[in-house]
Design a protein around this ligand. Structure first.
Ligand code: ZN
Length: 405
């Protein structure tokens, strides 16, 4: 038998899932209305900020007993990635719950579940007359799935964000198929590189020198040798995750006009995500050498070159981590600290020296973020509310002001 609170939590979750806040060109209006209604039902104030038109940042606030202390930010993004509807068993925006209690929808894992779990945990804490030392801000941000430049990326630089006085943040995590929960304390550095390889143009029947194709080949040899090494590291050591190694992939090749004409240029795009142990300055030197060796005129264009963002510390210098960890120890639940292999909005917070952890209370769940038939089981969802019921007070009642991370 489900109690009324559980019923309400599931209804709210499914209602949020039914809002098609899907890329491209997301209309966030219904999400904003939804969050405002949720805030009203919790008796909490809500603010809507805009760094860019039609890119709302919605903040629900629960004032703490000591509101001058740095606050806790519980972040979630409102947007979801596109769907291939014909590949789904159920309507991806129908939030159908099957007889197993699996709730199907785009965003069920990534990450509307987490946002609702924050709110439902707060609902229960308030009903139990719990008060917290620090203020809690629950943020609903746009555009995470398109890198967040006009969402969290812009918001962290605003005066309004500064006024929130955030001292610690929780953000999205990922499911785990086993009993332990994943915990992300850092991310790899992404570089999106375009390498221009110009060369001698001419008839395809000749053996000209200095052609674009020869340069592409030399560059790709270097990148793919490095890729092999990283793949071997990962294959040889089962304790490693993708986040522990660097990944390199050729993603776009541009150039050429027709089969019998040697082009004047090829441009290759390479997606590089560097393990946190890689010396980026050193790598850039190596990359420049590769380009020089490849031949005349080869040059690099950076589409993205994310500088090193230090991971959040998981030691006694971070009292929020200590409080978070203790909650799991007390529950006898295991955490698996990892470097996230992709990227999420929490990196913008870490980049402005706010410690942040990526976490989602989804164990015994297959990873279906961005996949067909994304779902979350209702029991896992409800258990997650219970986890935040303990985690939120733990981090919000931390006494010490953390030292610089
Ligand atoms: Zn996400």
């Amino acid at each position: 038998m489900m109690n009324d609170l559980d019923q309400l939590a599931i209804e709210n979750f499914r209602e949020y899932l039914r809002i098609p806040s899907v890329h491209p060109d997301v209309n966030y209006d219904d999400c904003v209305t939804f969050v405002k209604n949720q805030a009203a039902s919790l008796g909490l104030p809500v603010q809507v900020y805009h760094c860019f038109p039609n890119k709302p940042i919605v903040i629900v606030t629960w004032i703490g007993r000591e509101p001058d202390l740095p606050s806790i930010l519980l972040n979630g993004h409102m947007d979801v990635v596109p769907v291939f509807k014909e590949e789904w068993t159920h309507d991806p925006f129908g939030a159908v719950m099957d007889e197993n209690g699996d709730i199907y929808a785009r965003g069920a894992q990534d990450m509307k579940s987490t946002s609702i779990q924050y709110l439902e945990a707060i609902r229960r804490l308030k009903m139990d007359n719990v008060t917290l030392r620090r203020t809690i801000h629950v943020s609903f941000v746009p555009d995470e799935e398109i890198l967040g430049a006009e969402g969290m990326g812009a918001f962290v630089k605003s005066k309004e964000f500064e006024e929130l006085n955030v001292g610690f943040a929780l953000d999205e995590g990922a499911p785990n198929s086993v009993d332990a929960y994943r915990l992300f304390y850092g991310e790899r550095n992404r570089w999106a590189i375009r390498i221009h390889c110009p060369g001698q143009t001419g008839h395809g029947s000749l053996l000209l020198d200095n052609t674009a194709g020869e340069k592409v080949r030399k560059i790709l040899d270097k990148f793919y040798d490095l890729r092999e090494q990283e793949k071997k590291k990962l294959d040889d050591d089962p304790s490693l995750n993708t986040g522990d190694v660097s990944t390199i992939n050729l993603t776009v090749i541009e150039g050429g006009v027709q089969n019998n004409v040697i082009p004047s240029e090829f441009v290759i795009s390479i997606d590089c995500r560097f393990a946190i142990t890689v010396d980026l300055e050193e790598f850039e030197k190596t990359l420049n050498e590769w380009c020089e060796e490849a031949g005349e005129g080869v040059w690099i264009e950076f589409e993205a070159k994310i500088p090193r963002i230090p991971p959040t510390k998981l030691d006694e210098t971070n009292p929020f981590w200590m409080a978070f960890k203790k909650t799991f120890d007390d529950m006898n639940a295991e955490l698996q600290p990892q470097i996230f292999s992709a990227a999420s909005d929490v990196r913008y917070l870490r980049a402005v020296n706010i410690p942040g952890l990526g976490f989602a209370p989804m164990n015994h769940t297959p990873v279906l973020a961005h996949a067909h038939d994304e779902y979350l089981n209702k029991d896992i969802f409800l258990r997650g509310i219970g986890i935040y019921y303990k985690v939120i007070p733990a981090v919000a009642n931390v006494e010490e002001i953390p030292t610089q991370q």
